[in-house]
Design a protein around this ligand. Structure first.
Ligand SMILES: *[C@@H]1O[C@H](CO)[C@@H](O)[C@H](O)[C@H]1NC(C)=O
Ligand SMILES: *[C@@H]1O[C@H](CO)[C@@H](O)[C@H](O)[C@H]1NC(C)=O
Ligand SMILES: *[C@@H]1O[C@H](CO)[C@@H](O)[C@H](O)[C@H]1NC(C)=O
Ligand SMILES: [Zn+2]
Length: 407
């Protein structure tokens, strides 16, 4: 199914080939947060803003920078509680991040399919756009983050910044009920905060979709591959991935080096008839060994770290989730290590949530932090470009100087 879906979108794009501008301003959309491997290329022509005023600098404690539309498939009482939990989470994040532009969330509360029954919720940026970081490497920035830079020229944004789905089949606990949590209930506020932070860009592009999209056995991981109009355009990473390092024989090697190596696996603009041919070509390149090394690190304890940017809230390496074997797209890498941080102030971004315990309990156990969003998590958000009170001027990316990738 995954393959068919991607293949279908390629056909549509090929059909639109006569629109030159269409190919010149690509961005990437993720229609289903539960299946980010099914990304699609979209045309995002540059928009010139005549009004780049930021929202007025009001008192942050009361301003909620999140606008959340909820498609709630449940009874009115429950839906009201859900809405309240979202608003509270939006306010909590607005307290720690100095947001400048509103963030629009498309949230759905519904029964999940049998295959997804163990998933509490899932979130992904609706759109990622190409911007050039200050190290001159062009990367994918989630739209919610890109907006905060107030660029006067930027690729077109989609209506929503974040797509979020929550599983209505779990027993959810809400603080506003004033009841003790049951052993099989999950605190909804934890899941909402966790998911919104993914939507802000706490997300790695490294996954196994190159092989799983064509039903192949997983032998390596890659960042996102640019495959457009049946031509190969390159491998590109998320801004989150800029700060990742792989530990090999006690040496720390930036994952950006691995992206750069994979990028050379196929000459740019090589045409392919199918995505299967493309996959096979990438895998027959000597560069595939880099994909294998990343898979090995992603499935070996303490082998991938996030090294925060200078002068952020945390100045030590942060271990990411690499304890899962086999690799689990969606859980591995895009979370902090559960073994290390479950009982710390940074419990919020581990891959599993536990029933029978409330947000208050975790905050207390983590050392009584003022915010459920711990210092390691804040430093990750600061590193990718969010401003905070103590890190007010993150480095701005720029529009790619040449059309990227070249067509
Ligand atoms: C909102 O999310 C739902 C569920 O994922 C999706 O079906 C719908 O298309 C989304 N709406 C928009 C405008 O993106
Ligand atoms: C829970 O307690 C608060 C504050 O005491 C009160 O305002 C609220 O109505 C209570 N909620 C329920 C469902 O009883
Ligand atoms: C990581 O360590 C834990 C606890 O020591 C162990 O249970 C798990 O199997 C390890 N995972 C891997 C991939 O080595
Ligand atoms: Zn998560």
């Amino acid at each position: 199914m995954k393959f068919q879906s991607i293949y279908a979108s390629i056909l549509i794009l090929a059909f639109n080939h006569f629109l030159i501008a269409f190919a010149a301003h690509p961005c990437i959309d993720y229609p289903d947060p539960l299946n980010p491997g099914r990304f699609e290329f979209t045309d995002c022509p540059n928009i010139v803003e005549d009004d780049i005023e930021d929202l007025p600098n009001v008192k942050r404690e009361i301003q909620n920078f999140f606008h959340i539309d909820i498609n709630c498939y449940s009874d009115a009482t429950l839906c009201k509680k859900i809405k309240k939990a979202f608003d509270d989470a939006g306010k909590e994040i607005s307290k720690v991040l100095k947001l400048k532009k509103k963030i629009y969330v498309n949230a759905t509360f519904e029964s999940f399919s049998l295959m997804e029954r163990n998933v509490l919720g899932s979130t992904y940026p609706t759109r990622s756009i190409f911007l050039t970081s200050d190290d001159k490497i062009t990367r994918l920035y989630p739209q919610a983050l890109a907006k905060q830079f107030s660029l006067n020229v930027h690729p077109a944004y989609s209506k929503y910044d974040i797509n979020s789905r929550f599983n209505a089949d779990f027993g959810w606990w809400f603080k506003s009920d004033n009841k003790t949590i049951e052993t099989d209930q999950y605190d909804f506020s934890i899941v909402v905060l966790h998911e919104l932070i993914h939507g802000l860009g706490f997300i790695s592009s490294w996954d196994n979709s190159l092989e799983t999209n064509v039903y192949q056995y997983v032998t390596g991981l890659t960042s996102i591959y640019y495959f457009y109009d049946n031509k190969y355009g390159g491998f590109v990473e998320n801004i989150f991935d800029r700060y990742l390092k792989l530990i090999e024989n006690k040496k720390k090697i930036p994952l950006s080096d691995y992206t750069a190596q994979l990028d050379k696996s196929v000459p740019p603009m090589t045409p392919f008839n199918t995505i299967l041919q493309f996959t096979n070509r990438v895998k027959s390149s000597p560069k595939w060994k880099y994909a294998k090394l990343v898979l090995k690190a992603a499935t070996t304890n303490n082998s991938i770290i996030f090294t925060p940017a200078k002068r952020t809230s945390w100045n030590q390496d942060i271990y990411l989730e690499t304890s899962l074997k086999p690799f689990n797209a969606g859980s591995s890498i895009s979370h902090v290590s559960q073994l290390k941080y479950r009982k710390t102030s940074d419990f919020l971004m581990t891959y599993q949530q536990f029933p029978g315990q409330t947000l208050e309990y975790f905050i207390k156990r983590g050392g009584n932090y003022k915010s459920p969003i711990g210092p390691r998590i804040i430093s990750i958000l600061e590193s990718i470009g969010y401003a905070t009170d103590t890190h007010p001027n993150p480095v701005k990316p720029t529009l790619p100087s040449k059309k990227y990738p070249t067509m």
